[in-house]
Design a protein around this ligand. Structure first.
Ligand SMILES: N[C@@H](CCC(=O)N[C@@H](CS)C(=O)NCC(=O)O)C(=O)O
Length: 227
């Protein structure tokens, strides 16, 4: 498998953590991509092979060993989960039973949070005069609502409902937990975002423990090379 990747993209981090937690990371060849900062508001020269594999020209894009291009992180995680489960029954980040529906419900909130963070990033890259304060505020409001929902549903993250998941635990976390943690990590990383912790003690405690997992530590976000 080949993965078009950058160290900054939270959607790509989701796929990398999923692959590591599922024991598939060694089977993936990383294809680093570069992004001139104009990507936020203009078509930029793409890393060779990316737009040819995925005309949407976004990362993550995974090319399977059969040559199928999967250009969306949710889809890639489902593919990896299927593959891992076939290799070792019981290894999963997406429950097979009915608990998958609350998991997907929380996942959609965390993924919407990532979308709002990335939409803000693109807007922040626009020259000052073209930035929309209204658009930025809309994303801030969405981010705050989604973090509030994660706090309210912290029992689903902490393990009261899904099994304890901390640094030393070998059981793969579920995809909602992975995605929520990435949203918390992105919020900490970008200096134009704010501390999500005040007023959210349960989410904060859970994230501080979860972020010690090796897959989280090995994928700390870094700036993407422009060329
Ligand atoms: N829904 C997609 C979103 C992917 C996405 O927005 N990727 C960003 C990087 S975080 C990207 O490639 N942006 C480049 C662009 O929009 O031109 C997924 O889950 O994979």
């Amino acid at each position: 498998m080949q993965l078009f990747w950058t160290p900054a993209s939270p959607f790509t981090r989701k796929v990398v953590i999923a692959a590591k937690e599922l024991g598939l990371w060694a089977e993936i060849k990383v294809r680093p991509t570069t992004w001139p900062l104009e990507w936020g508001y203009a078509t930029v020269p793409f890393t060779p092979g990316l737009a040819e594999a995925n005309p949407v020209a976004r990362i993550p894009t995974l090319i399977t060993d059969d040559g199928v291009a999967l250009g969306d992180s949710t889809l890639i995680c489902q593919y990896l989960n299927d593959r891992a489960h076939r290799q070792a029954a019981g290894v999963t980040i997406i429950p097979a039973d009915d608990s998958r529906w609350p998991m997907w419900s929380l996942y959609a909130i965390a993924d919407g949070l990532l979308e709002a963070q990335v939409a803000m990033r693109a807007e922040m890259l626009r020259p000052n005069a073209f930035r929309s304060d209204g658009f930025l505020q809309k994303q801030r409001d969405r981010i705050a609502r989604c973090f509030d929902a994660c706090e309210q549903r912290a029992a689903e993250l902490t393990g009261e409902l899904t099994g304890e998941l901390t640094a030393g635990d070998d059981t793969p976390p579920n995809l909602a937990q992975i995605t929520t943690a990435i949203a918390c990590g992105y919020q900490d990383w970008r200096d134009w975002l704010w501390d999500f912790r005040p007023g959210r003690p349960n989410l904060s405690r859970w994230y501080d423990a979860f972020s010690q997992r090796p897959a989280m530590q090995e994928t700390e976000p870094k700036d993407t090379p422009e060329a």
